[in-house]
Design a protein around this ligand. Structure first.
Ligand code: PRX
Length: 630
């Protein structure tokens, strides 16, 4: 197998992956099922952007997630589903049952005319049918594009249109705590502008009153019950696309990052096993939504590729009360718990009795992902949840990287509060200064780049390879630029300090400032907007919008509500600004560029640290902004 067992083992693996990557990754890939093995393990480079892994190999990832385990683990639980309502009985699916469910779903998709290479959009709540649908697409070679159920109709439409999906799978609605979300209603609105969608497959979850459009919409249960559970896997090329997942950047609309089959599979499997170190009887829970990369790699593919038991939770951490996570840990005897710092901070702010009421004695490993974890939250997690007895893996990675890149390996590496610590084998981090020179040595900070390809890396931005090049490989030619700032301590441990570009990380969700600005600018009363992030106790970062209006709004409260509603309508509630300030001007340089540094300092409440403002076209706008800061 490919499990790292000790610190020495890690060091040896790291060296081997660096010095002889072909042999290193071939040995790991031998553990999987291939219809045909590769001609070459690795080819291409970061200049021509033609990198490939396991070239000409043939496989299907679902055979590796499911079929491969049937003999040894057929009756083992693969998936456990915990519903929103704590009174709903927990559901379990063995590997045999999950295999059947995926094959039935795959046959439904085939009946609807979905073929290899087609794009299928999944806009669903956290129900098992979402996971079945993801794997069903992979089973027949269709490319899944999961859109988080909190996005608006417009965001959904943009994503469907960008990759021209022909099928949308959704629910009638979804439950989230005390609320329900009208997924089908939102989907209907989106589809008014999506000409490529031929069918909508609707899974009934909340029994709401929805309209089914004749000739387009079909009920899941009508087809599922009749579908055969025999569905041979489509044989895919190693570099055939597996999925597209949209994520925000500094500029423009969200990009559809495209991941391919073999490299992603090997990376998701290898990183899951080594970071979390699960044993056969363990029960692993990642609290993310499958709408994000964490849910792709560490609820779905990573655990199943390793024959683990993975838990899917439909609800929210604070409903019916803020002890829900801890109650689930006890009830389902969770051993590995992986969540976001924002959830930890939110629960930390609630009544301590809720966490103290749980035993949490089954926990062995804790993990965090999505944003920097502050020291206070780290210690609370360690003491109150881990009882100082569980390693915490702080896993740094991105939608683009496919899987974890820098992290402690549970029980093997050192756990240092706020540090992701060491790179996984195959990952060569480099810190680079503003001029592009690599910063050598330790106790240094810089922009985080990765030198050289790793198997799980996204291969392109769907339909726009030039943008892929521009965004990730042009700032520092020959290197992949992550967009993050980073510190390397005297022992070579890495600490991610946050984004260095115009991306805000709100509750672990990536939001581009340009997207929010564009959404606010669509209001007729608005002339121009500038959006920045600022430190927020629970969310990590909050969104602060400076807005210039044609005429000063008579009712500021009402105007703020309009702005928030507009952002919710255009993007979704996750991008709603926390603070809105109406201004008469923005600090611009003579060339018309907004000096965001100044806006960030004001938003942070540090107007004493504005620095040099002499290059501004009109320095007096700054006084006005400072005076009226929120
Ligand atoms: O800024 C980093 C932050 O989240 C960004 C990636 O966001 P996304 O593609 O949505 O993927 C999130 C889940 C992998 C990164 O550029 N980030 C992610 N993990 C960490 C982190 N920042 C600090 N520490 C982490 N462990």
């Amino acid at each position: 197998m490919y499990r790292i067992k000790s610190k020495n083992d890690y060091e040896q693996s790291y060296t081997n992956a660096l010095e002889a990557p072909e042999k290193f990754w071939a040995d790991i890939a031998e553990n999987f099922h291939w219809h045909k093995k590769w001609d070459q393990v690795k080819s291409g480079n970061f200049t021509d952007l033609d990198f490939k892994w396991f070239t000409n190999a043939k496989l299907n990832i679902t055979e590796n997630c499911l079929d491969r385990h049937l003999e040894k683990r057929g009756d083992k639980r693969a998936l456990t589903f915990e519903a929103n309502d704590p009174n709903t009985p927990t559901t379990h699916y063995t590997y045999k049952e999950l295999h059947q469910a995926v094959c039935k779903t795959a046959n439904m998709l085939k009946d609807l005319g979905v073929k290899k290479g087609d794009r299928v959009c999944l806009y669903m709540g956290m129900v098992p049918e979402l996971l079945f649908s993801v794997l069903a697409c992979a089973r027949i070679g269709a490319i899944h594009s999961v859109v988080f159920g909190g996005f608006s109709a417009q965001s959904l439409a943009d994503r469907i249109n960008d990759c021209e999906c022909n099928l949308l799978i959704t629910n009638d609605g979804s439950y989230r705590g005390a609320k329900s979300i009208d997924l089908k209603g939102i989907a209907d609105e989106a589809l008014e502008t999506c000409p490529t969608i031929k069918n909508v497959l609707v899974h009934k979850r909340i029994e709401s009153n929805i309209t089914m459009k004749e000739g387009r919409d079909v009920w899941w249960h009508d087809l599922y019950d009749k579908a055969s559970s025999d569905c041979p896997a489509e044989v895919m090329d190693s570099e055939d696309p597996l999925f597209i997942l949209y994520t925000s950047g500094s500029t423009g609309k969200p990009k559809g990052l495209m991941h391919t089959t073999a490299g992603y599979m090997v990376w998701a499997a290898y990183t899951f096993q080594n970071v979390f170190q699960t044993d056969e009887q363990d029960i692993y829970w990642c609290t993310a939504d499958i709408g994000w990369i964490t849910g792709h790699s560490y609820i779905t593919y990573g655990p199943l590729l390793n024959g683990a038991t993975t838990l899917m939770f439909e609800g929210v951490p604070t409903w019916p009360d803020a002890g829900r996570f801890w109650q689930i840990v006890d009830k389902l005897k969770i051993t590995h718990f992986y969540t976001a710092p924002t959830a930890i901070r939110a629960l930390m702010a609630c009544d301590e009795k809720l966490v103290e009421a749980a035993s949490l004695s089954t926990l062995k490993v804790l993990g965090t992902v999505g944003e920097p974890i502050n020291e206070e939250a780290w210690h609370w997690y360690d003491q109150k949840v881990g009882k100082k007895n569980c390693p915490i893996v702080d896993t740094w990675w991105q939608t683009e990287t496919g899987g974890i890149m820098i992290s402690t390996l549970a029980g093997i590496g050192e756990c240092i509060p706020t540090y992701a610590t060491k790179p996984l084998p195959g990952v060569k981090p480099e810190l680079v200064d503003e001029k592009g020179s690599v910063i050598e040595g330790n106790d240094v900070s810089g922009n985080l780049c990765i030198a050289g390809s790793w198997p799980g890396q996204a291969r392109t931005v769907y339909g726009d390879h030039e943008r892929f090049k521009q965004v990730y490989f042009s700032t520092y030619p020959g290197k992949y630029f992550t967009g993050d700032g980073c510190y390397r301590d005297k022992n070579g441990n890495y600490r991610i300090t946050g984004r260095v570009d115009d991306v805000i990380n709100v509750s672990g969700h990536r939001i581009g400032t340009a997207e929010v600005e564009d959404a606010i600018d669509t209001l007729e009363s608005v002339v121009e907007t500038a959006v920045v992030g600022y430190p927020h106790d629970i969310k990590g970062q909050g969104i602060y919008a400076y807005v210039i209006c044609h005429s000063t709004p008579s009712n500021l409260e009402e105007f703020s509500k309009q702005v928030k509603d507009q952002v919710t309508k255009v993007i979704g509630p996750i991008a709603k600004p926390d603070k809105i300030q109406v201004v008469t001007g923005l600090p611009k340089t003579r060339s018309g560029k907004i000096m965001r540094r100044i806006l960030r300092k004001v938003a942070e409440g540090r107007p004493d640290q504005l620095g040099d403002t002499s290059t501004l076209l009109d320095p007096s706008v700054v006084d006005d902004i400072v005076k009226n800061a929120q």
